[in-house]
Design a protein around this ligand. Structure first.
Ligand code: FAD
Ligand code: DHB
Length: 391
């Protein structure tokens, strides 16, 4: 099999890249190890920056997003049983975010791929990417028990943090930065209307809690739990009780409870692989970088990468110039490091580390107080949350 751009992974990065390349008339093939239902149901991100929503619209994936996506003009920070709203448009000159689940983004992009007559090849597990430092890279994959080879001009590694493409960068070239955190997020999906009309990020002495949503009738909630916690360790009743405690306020706000339909634990890490390009291999999205989820940046970064990548590939294929591809890694990494900083700081601002001292707690509360009372501090948060410009 042969194509111009071989894309590994049908998460948001791979699916959107394929769509952008097809719109530019560039031939590509997407290889995905899982099946369609798995990709469409995997519960993950929920918040789209304005720039991300605009990219999806321009790619023709905006119809349902505009109908069903929920525009959010702010978030609430809760600490010391009090509530502080961060007003995005007022602080950023009109910017907002859209709550629209990653599952729905993937469904919309897969539907477009089917309509274009180029669906991802599901059940196709990439085993290795070879010869990326030559003009003829190859992607070896297994489908239906048989090994096959995809020959291409360029390989896009969109296979997430646990993928294989990053492994094709020689050890002497890779520079890896990052850390893990001593806590994780226990996330639930519940059939109950959200208890607040905006997202609530809560700092509590017992740990962080987040109230989010998927639709007017479905809530998404998260609790900070110790690293390594198994979802079964918490009963639904215990989860609701803990959420109520951590989200509690001095006014008459109350958490609505309902049937829990999904429960999972997400580890937290910061990770950056530099460079994002080696020869004809281009890494994008979680394959190149991970942020802790506080700050809702992962999906947005993946979208930013593939916009830069699609533009660079189109430029090379039209003009023969690799100028934009040569700049790809540095262009993306500028934005990636801003998101790394923001997500790290949001995580440190809101989570309670094991062994935190009274001094640590006071500093954390002083930082929160600053965001709640200083327009400059709130603006800094609002600008980062609503999104950094694409490179
Ligand atoms: P992925 O979505 O991981 O896709 C990679 C794909 O590659 C997968 O489909 C995988 O099956 C496939 N693959 C892997 N290995 C192979 C192989 N060998 N062969 C073939 N295919 C392979 N981000 C936000 O922006 N906002 C949020 O609100 C947010 N909240 C989050 C909440 C949680 C609980 C979690 C876990 C993440 C959250 N994120 C959020 C992060 C976001 O989900 C990820 O950053 C995003 O999925 C990255 O997309 P991707 O396409 O790069 O990688
Ligand atoms: C969601 C996830 C996040 O990481 C976040 O910061 C906000 C919302 C969500 O899944 O809804």
């Amino acid at each position: 099999m042969r194509t111009t751009v071989g894309i590994v992974g049908a998460g948001p990065a791979g699916l959107l890249l394929a769509r952008l390349l097809r719109l530019a008339g560039i031939d590509c093939v997407v290889l995905e190890c899982r099946d369609r239902a798995h990709v469409e149901r995997r519960q993950r991100a929920g918040v789209l920056e304005q720039g991300t929503a605009d990219v999806l619209r321009a790619a023709g994936a905006g119809e349902r997003l505009d109908r069903e996506g929920l525009r959010h003009d702010g978030i609430e920070l809760r600490f010391g049983r009090r509530r502080h709203r961060i007003d995005f448009p007022g602080l950023t000159g009109g910017r907002s975010v859209t709550v629209y689940a990653q599952t729905e983004v993937c469904k919309d992009l897969i539907a477009l791929a089917l309509a274009d007559g180029c669906p991802p090849l599901f059940h196709s597990e990439v085993l290795a990417v070879e010869d990326v430092d030559t003009p003829a890279p190859r992607v070896r994959f297994r489908r239906g028990g048989r090994e096959e080879v995809l020959e291409c001009d360029w390989v896009a590694g969109c296979d997430g943090f646990h993928g294989v493409t990053r492994g094709a960068v020689p050890a002497g070239v890779s520079r890896v930065h990052g850390r893990t955190y001593p806590y994780a997020w226990l996330g639930i999906l519940a059939d109950v209307p959200p208890s607040h009309d905006e997202l609530v990020y809560a700092r509590h002495d017992r740990g962080f809690a987040l109230l989010s949503m998927r639709s007017p009738s479905v809530s998404r909630l998260y609790l900070q739990v110790p690293e390594g916690t198994k979802p079964e360790a918490w009963t639904d009743g215990e989860i609701w009780a803990e959420l109520s405690r951590r989200l509690e306020t001095d006014d008459d706000w109350a958490l609505r409870r309902g049937p829990v339909t999904q429960k999972s634990v997400t580890p937290m890490r910061s990770y950056v692989h530099e460079p994002m390009r080696y020869g004809r291999l281009l890494l994008a999205g979680d394959a190149a970088h991970i942020v802790p989820p506080t700050g809702a940046k992962g999906l947005n970064l993946a979208v930013g990468d593939v916009v830069v990548l699609a533009r660079a590939l189109e430029h090379e294929l039209r003009t023969g110039s690799t100028e934009l591809l040569d700049a790809y890694s540095a262009t993306c990494l500028r934005r990636v490091w801003q998101a790394e900083r923001f997500c790290h700081d949001m995580t440190a601002l809101l989570h309670r580390a094991p062994g935190a001292t009274a001094f640590d707690d006071r500093l954390q509360l002083a930082r929160l107080e600053r965001v709640a009372t200083s327009r400059a501090a709130a603006t800094d948060l609002a600008e980062a949350y609503t999104g950094f410009p694409l490179g």
